[in-house]
Design a protein around this ligand. Sequence first.
Ligand code: NDP
Ligand code: 8X3
Length: 253
Amino acid sequence: MNKIALISGASAGIGYAIAEILANNNFDLIITGRRKERLDTLKAQIEKRTKSKVICLCFDIRNKEEVFNSIECLPQEFKKIDVLVNNAGLASGLGVIQDGDLEDWEKMIDTNVKGLLYLSRAVSPLMIENKKGHIVNIGSLAGREVYPNGNVYCATKHAVDALSKAMRIDLLPHGIKVTQIAPGLVETEFSIVRFHGNKERADNVYKDMTPLCPDDIADAVLYVITRPKHVCINDMLITPTAQASSTNVIRTK
Ligand code: NDP
Ligand code: 8X3
């Protein structure tokens, strides 16, 4: 019987790459996101190419009723979730605190912090019941340091860092592993979302340097979840070779 992984935010970027690599490695999947068409296409592609079974859950992670109902309504055999990857997240806007857009702030806090909490709250009791499980939280370099104009996004990722440590302590008696993977610059739709669709501004983030690609992070997720039962990788900080901190990036050309 295949292991089961639930990946939030699998309709794009890092989550999409995680879904693909886990399917290639014999996991059955529960993939989530708001964009149903994208989830359906990914499911069809994976089921055509591999033997993995895929369930799509289309919900906005900010809506707690939708999150809890979706998990509650899973077929019984899919409730035995072995791995939860809390990946769904976003940055919205980049600017000084005194000019901050409250809608952007709420979007980031509700998605990156409260959404991660809702899903963890819904899934962790199922893991406890099954006496096994692994939660992988996708944090960020922005959860280790702050950079100009990054204020609220950085705060949400610092919260993910704190919650990863706290969850590891709370779930310790139940043998459930908790890992945080904290990437630096990864080229995805992340910057397009941050700059509200401004593709030119987004492209500049990765200009004249080689960023990470989603597969680099997916590879790390596969690594941490395939260690022996007695090994828990607590934390991984992964940057492109051209990045030493949020503000130290070597650009050539
Ligand atoms: P993308 O924008 O490419 O993907 C984000 C994913 O999150 C999408 O699948 C999106 O699905 C989902 N998502 C966003 N908001 C919601 C919501 N309200 N409800 C449900 N799903 C949601 O970005 P990345 O792949 O880069 O981001 C994935 C994670 O990695 C995020 O947590 C991000 O903070 C983190 N990260 C990214 C880095 C980067 O440089 N790219 C670096 C460090 C961390 P949909 O829109 O269909 O709902
Ligand atoms: C995303 C990476 O540097 O834009 O977490 O904050 S960064």
